[in-house]
Design a protein around this ligand. Sequence first.
Ligand SMILES: Cc1cc2nc3c(=O)[nH]c(=O)nc-3n(C[C@H](O)[C@H](O)[C@H](O)COP(=O)(O)O)c2cc1C
Length: 296
Amino acid sequence: MALLSVLTPVLVVVLCMVVGFMLLKPRETVTPTTEKTKERTKQDFRPWVDQDLQDDTEIPGKQDDDGEWVDSHEDEDLLHVPYSPKRYPEETMLDRSQDFYNLMNQRRSVRFISPEPVPREVIDNVIRTAGTAPSGAHTEPWTFVVVSDPETKHQIRLIVEEEEEVNYRQRMGDKWVHDLAKLRTNWIKEYLDVAPYLVLIFKQTYGILPNNKKRTHYYNEISVSISCGILLAALQNVGLVTVTSTPLNCGPQLRVLLKRPTNEKLLMLLPVGYPASDATVPDLKRKPLDEIMVDI
Ligand SMILES: Cc1cc2nc3c(=O)[nH]c(=O)nc-3n(C[C@H](O)[C@H](O)[C@H](O)COP(=O)(O)O)c2cc1C
């Protein structure tokens, strides 16, 4: 009896410790991580969306710390002028719509580009055309970096190939690599040295005014994407080719190489030139109208 009365407080303490331990135990050990959960996490990982446009080199600089945001009031008295663009007879409209479709339907992503020089004025006009795109609140949040210097092109190639090899081997996953197999793409990008021009398109995530204040760039990614589409059409119009590329994880390094400010993020890299005489493209088919259009 005496022994029991000595042991009782000890038993109570032990019991309290066991109950306390059970209550404090982390939840995930109560709900074990199943293979299915792991699989879902892997599928949810979408590097082309989540990581492509991230820029880890964003060390808060002077402009980030000090730059106050500004409300754009300077345009409040903006003059509105008459607008009456050329109007075509219906028959001409039909012809033009058919001709433009035929032209654009010839566009292909070409990965074999000739080193033959291209007149610089043509590139200037193509970029001017891209700059006619609509943009959120007319913020024009784009920067087109045109690279023709062979050494810079080579530096770009080194960065892209190094990252792309990791992308193909590790980041992209089997499914993505498998989906790309039919296009016969890999991390070797000879066109980055060969093409007479590389056009790197940056989206400005916000604007920086001359007085160092920041300006909101609404819908900057959509705006810049539209301007890239117009740029592709303008290239097609003059018989030049490119391949739309979005080199995964290369943005920060390329931004630093090209000395672009931290508010700019790489959206696309377009090698531009004439197609190589022996260029080939995958024999892809496009969806017919009834698969892409819904009439209501
Ligand atoms: C957003 C986007 C990213 C792309 N990225 C690449 C790329 O990194 N490398 C590449 O070789 N092609 C890339 N492409 C080109 C596509 O593979 C190509 O557009 C598609 O296969 C259809 O071929 P087409 O452009 O000849 O019609 C990309 C296209 C888009 C729209």
